[in-house]
Design a binder for this molecule. Structure first.
Ligand SMILES: [Zn+2]
Length: 430
């Protein structure tokens, strides 16, 4: 099927952190065949060139690439918004009791449906997802993702200490259950497998070794975990592992490379940043979570100076919602409060962090992240309700950059009118 989409488009094919500018087309035509953008240009010319294509008009608002979330927890949909606690207390009192409930497969299935629906409604079309401690629950996530089309990379979360007994496993089980899940889901539809120890604090060296072995044996799996989020957590990890660096707890098991995404990294050492850059590993920056848990302000300039790739994650449920517009705005606000250490982020930077940078971190840059020819048609149409502040702001914007800044300042999932993955509409609103 051949479809010609007509819209105002904004995307960032060239990285604004290295001099690229926002790409804006006020009346773009995007020809989509088999889910892939096969031609683009000014709409009238493209229409003349492809007179038999079905035309989908998207008047008003803007068409953006589908958003890429590099850190979000599937089991935590129902605990978003528990404010007032630091990380370790929040885990004990809020997140982990809920994670235990996913042992029941019917409960997990309901949450998986809520989770995938919420991601898509926010315009997120690709996500690196922290799974569940229960293999049966991880199956429900992959089932829901496959049914919806969501481009998901996820896996079994493993731990063997300092959580709750029912969330603990063994090194042998961690390997075997992970292996079985990867055999079922890695490469099925848009699903891929990620080896996922919860964090070094809750994983013995034996469990991390099992993760390293699984990652090696699967050969093209992904690795994700948490790192350097909170000062008390960092100190405890140092004590548990005899004083080495947090990054080294993963690195010594072969878990740090180009297919690695580590969440937070609010308190890294320069040596860790150097090692991350050398390994080509990425960091998922989750600013609403960092602020909500009082974890600290992300040292973006140090990551950029060392050449560590950074993308955005919403970190639901410590993060305050699924929208990467909110995360982009929060990243901007926290950098503004960082004094001379802050990076002056523009709207183009924010869009890049929420799209192309995430695609790059997940090794999907050749497929998604912008609306160029050859990319999958993963896209979202931001078209606010008439008369809302966002609608008014966009209609009176000084130009494309200003309109995009308004999307990040004011946009919510309720402003996301339609979402497509592989050219197929997967969500619709207003
Ligand atoms: Zn997290």
């Amino acid at each position: 099927m051949t479809t010609l989409f007509r819209a105002q488009t904004l995307d960032t094919p060239d990285d604004p952190f290295t001099g690229g500018a926002l790409r804006s087309d006020s009346d773009a035509g995007l020809l989509v065949e088999g889910g892939v953008i096969t031609d683009r240009g000014a709409f009238p010319a493209l229409r003349a060139k492809h007179p038999h294509a079905d035309v989908v008009e998207l008047p008003g608002g803007v068409l953006l690439p589908g958003l890429v979330d590099t850190h979000v927890h599937f089991p935590q949909v129902r605990v978003i918004g528990a404010l007032g606690m630091p990380l370790l207390e929040w885990l004990d009192r809020c997140a982990l009791p809920e994670e235990s409930r996913l042992a029941e497969v019917s409960y997990a299935r309901e949450v998986a449906a809520e989770f995938t629906t919420a991601l898509l409604a926010a315009g997120t079309t690709t996500a690196l997802v922290f799974g569940s401690h229960f293999a049966s629950a991880v199956d429900t996530l992959f089932e829901a993702a496959t049914a919806s089309g969501l481009r998901v990379t996820s896996g079994l979360v493993v731990s063997d200490r300092l959580l709750r007994d029912d969330l603990h496993t063994t090194a042998e089980r961690a390997y075997d259950e992970g292996r079985a899940l990867a055999d079922r889901w890695h490469g099925t539809g848009n699903s891929r497998y990620a080896v996922t120890p919860r964090f070094a604090l809750s994983c013995s060296d034996d469990v991390l070794a099992a993760c390293g072995q699984l990652h090696k044996d699967l050969s093209d799996s992904w690795f994700t975990s948490h790192i350097n989020e909170n000062v008390a957590e960092v100190a405890t990890v140092g004590t548990l592992f005899g004083g080495g660096s947090y990054l080294d707890t993963y690195d010594r098991h072969g878990l740090v490379g180009q297919r690695s995404v580590l969440a937070h990294n609010v308190h890294p050492t320069d040596a860790e940043l150097k090692r991350l850059a050398a390994a080509g590993a990425s960091v998922a920056h989750c600013p609403t979570s960092n602020a909500a848990l009082g974890s600290g302000i992300f040292p973006l300039h140090r990551h950029l100076a060392h050449g560590v790739p950074v993308a955005l994650g919403c970190d639901v449920g410590a993060g305050t919602g699924f929208s990467l517009f909110k995360e982009g705005l929060q990243a901007y606000l926290l950098q503004r409060l960082s004094g001379t250490d802050g990076v002056a982020l523009t709207a183009a930077h924010l869009l890049h962090l929420a799209t192309a940078a995430g695609a790059q971190a997940l090794g999907l840059r050749d497929q998604v992240g912008d609306l160029s020819i050859g990319k999958k048609f993963d896209a979202m149409w931001v078209r606010p309700q008439s008369g809302t502040p966002l609608d008014i702001g966009m209609r009176h914007a000084a130009g494309p950059d200003d309109a995009l800044a308004k999307v990040f300042a004011l946009g919510t999932p309720y402003d996301v009118a339609r979402v497509w993955i592989d050219g197929r509409q997967v969500s619709a609103n207003n």
